[in-house]
Design a protein around this ligand. Sequence first.
Ligand code: ZN
Length: 303
Amino acid sequence: MVSTVALKSDTRQRFLLESCDVRGQYISLNKTWLDACSRVDYPAPVAKVLGEAFVAAGLLAATIKFDGKLTLQVRGSGDVHLLVVQVTHDGNMRGLARWKAIPEQTSLLEVFGQGAQLTIAIEATEGAEPYQGIVALEGESLSDAIRQYFETSEQLKTHLQFAVSEHSACGILLQALPVDGRTEEDEDGFNRAVALAESFNAQELLEKDLERLLHLAYHQEQVRVFDAESVAFLCSCNRERIDGLLLGMGLKEVNDILQEQKQIEVTCEFCDEAYRYDRVDVDALFNATPGYENTNDDSGVAH
Ligand SMILES: [Zn+2]
């Protein structure tokens, strides 16, 4: 089957439903999503949860203020045992899924197994303390689990809608604005916003841009839309990091591998970039690192 699909741009965009006291966030991943899937031949059910994780992580990163890297991770004992998506504050994303078998059902329990955990971690570029929140992976879908995470950690009513296809992964988040002295009546704004969001289906979420979606659902509400920010697939791996990995292994182990294979090749799991080290590279690396200058001295552990 040949189909031509006009690629939407990769954006995340904030909006306000002022008359509902609701803030919103929209994300549309297109080339980012194609790039994320181009490295591995993901079976459709695995691609679906990975796409949802990309959307979830993108929405979380756009909603939480941080300067550094946010990681969304699911670990379980089920068919899909690992799901990782990372987003930097400026919208660079990478992610992967690992599976033992192709899940036949779509519920979280069937896909990730009993006792699976969702971890949200934030590593700040500098200064700020790292943050880590771990919750049991509960609910029918990843959007359910993320909603529960928001409602527990931020005590804010949250609604999420995700849609994933081969070409696109899109999502929308609605959150009740914290309003002092909120009354029952104010809650109606959030409920109305959710009911209207549910009026558009997955196809519309995938194909229409934010302005069009908002017009469809909220033409009777007061809406404010902020500038779109770009999002892209960009891996943060680099040679310095692989250097650190080899130094962490220690010279003896690295030498053992070199003797066996003549060359060490480390491939990034996220982007497939291969980093190669031969004898000359290894000597240069270890000789330039304090604690390793004397390569025959194995009396101490180098840090
Ligand atoms: Zn990489």
